[in-house]
Design a protein around this ligand. Structure first.
Ligand SMILES: [Zn+2]
Length: 405
């Protein structure tokens, strides 16, 4: 049996104990001491970390009445060891645990939502409520109430009781079926059976901040930043705001208006650019049309763009198809691939199905289309020129061959 020092003195971070037993467990060693301040994983709280002598404690687990400290290698044969707990980490979890009790109580009082389960993570504490919706003002009310409980600096009492005594406490949820119950009571605020470690008074929690929610299996999980974490989050956001002040050269109160103004400007510019792009595409299409290869009144435009904006290339292509008796073969060659558009004006008839698929291999191409316009991609941009030449020949063969035949 291991004496649980974290219950008699939750602030104990440095202690001595006798080694009772050591056993190998896969590639780790489990050490059992006569007493320990290391909290084993349980009640939603992760195991403490720290050292036994100079060895890192990588995990702590409960097995019946014993507590197993897992080490990466065995302890040399000393009878007495010194244990040191990673205190900042443990204290953070004491803040989380106590904070979670207050949050759960506040969610009931301020908004009427009971807690289904709680999770104390390394980044945030999550409280799952029995509801699939919560209003913003309910969250604000619960958060404000929780912080009021913190500033009242209420003492946190621990009581070990028999199950039949549980009715003397207004427990927030039914207690587990065990011989002795450990009740964590914040007088007038909350009482719950809990095996975790807690701060001595609520003032030690410091600050409680709501940090968003997620929906899981039809219920809501509210995320909370408690204690040091809430402070760090506030400090990080202050820095972010200061950086925004510098970037936008404005005061904090004007950040939102400034971003909205930027977005509006950007939208106007985008509209202007798209108008200019349209004009440019018309002119480019006309220039291509003017110097296109021409046979028997039909013009064949074959052009290769290099890493051009796809929307612009497509606009040039569409413009070409608006000209009478025109066939357009347009490529946009980029570093790793190419885009292609192939089509003809309404007054021409070409079977792309017979022309295109047989020469796709030249560009590692794929794609498709309907009637007179096809488009797609190619994985071999280096094959672009030969693809264009072969395409041109096949088009003339089909157009003129059909006419002559
Ligand atoms: Zn607790």
């Amino acid at each position: 049996m291991t004496e649980q020092l974290y219950y008699t003195d939750p602030r104990l971070a440095d202690f001595e104990a006798r080694v009772l037993q050591q056993e190998q467990n896969a590639d780790r060693w489990a050490v059992i001491l006569d007493r320990t301040a290391f909290y084993p994983e349980g009640g939603g709280q992760p195991a403490d970390q720290g050292q036994l002598n100079d060895l890192q404690v990588i995990d702590v687990q409960k097995r019946g009445e014993e507590i197993l400290h897992y080490l990466p290698e065995p302890l040399p044969g000393e009878a007495v060891v010194r244990g040191r707990i990673d205190w900042p980490r443990r204290f953070e979890f004491m803040q989380q645990h106590t904070g979670q009790h207050i949050i759960s109580a506040s969610l009931i009082i301020a908004a009427g939502y009971p807690t289904i389960s709680a999770y104390l993570g390394d980044r945030y504490t999550a409280v799952e409520i029995d509801s699939d919706a919560i209003r913003e003002e309910e969250i604000v009310a619960a958060e404000a109430l929780a912080n009021r409980r913190v500033s009242q600096n209420l003492p946190v009492h621990i009581h070990w009781i028999r199950p039949e005594e549980a009715e003397n406490y207004n427990l927030r949820k039914p207690p587990p079926d065990v011989e002795r119950l450990r009740i964590v009571e914040i007088k007038g605020v909350d009482a719950a059976a809990c095996a975790g470690t807690h701060v001595a008074a609520t003032g030690e929690i410091g600050l409680i901040k709501y940090d968003g929610l997620e929906k899981i299996r039809g219920r809501l999980r509210l995320h909370w930043l408690i204690g040091e974490r809430a402070y760090r989050d506030t400090r990080d956001k202050d820095r972010l705001v200061a950086a925004l002040n510098r970037e936008l050269t404005c005061g904090t109160a004007d950040i939102l208006a400034s971003v909205q103004e930027l977005k509006n400007k950007l939208r106007e510019r985008e509209q202007r650019i798209s108008q200019i792009e349209k004009l440019l595409a018309e002119q480019r299409a006309q220039a291509l049309q003017d110097r296109a290869e021409s046979r028997e009144g039909i013009r064949l435009v074959g052009e290769s763009f290099v890493s051009e904006e796809p929307s612009y290339v497509q606009a040039v292509y569409q413009n070409l198809l608006d000209h009478a008796k025109t066939v357009a073969c347009i490529l946009n060659r980029r570093e790793a691939d190419l885009q292609w558009w192939v089509g003809c004006s309404e007054d021409l008839h070409l079977s792309w199905k017979r022309i295109l698929p047989p020469i796709f291999a030249l560009i590692g191409g794929k794609g498709g289309g309907r009637d007179r316009s096809w488009q797609g991609m190619g994985s071999k941009p280096e094959g672009g020129q030969i693809f264009l030449d072969t395409l041109r020949k096949a088009i003339w063969d089909q157009l003129l061959g059909a006419k002559n035949g």
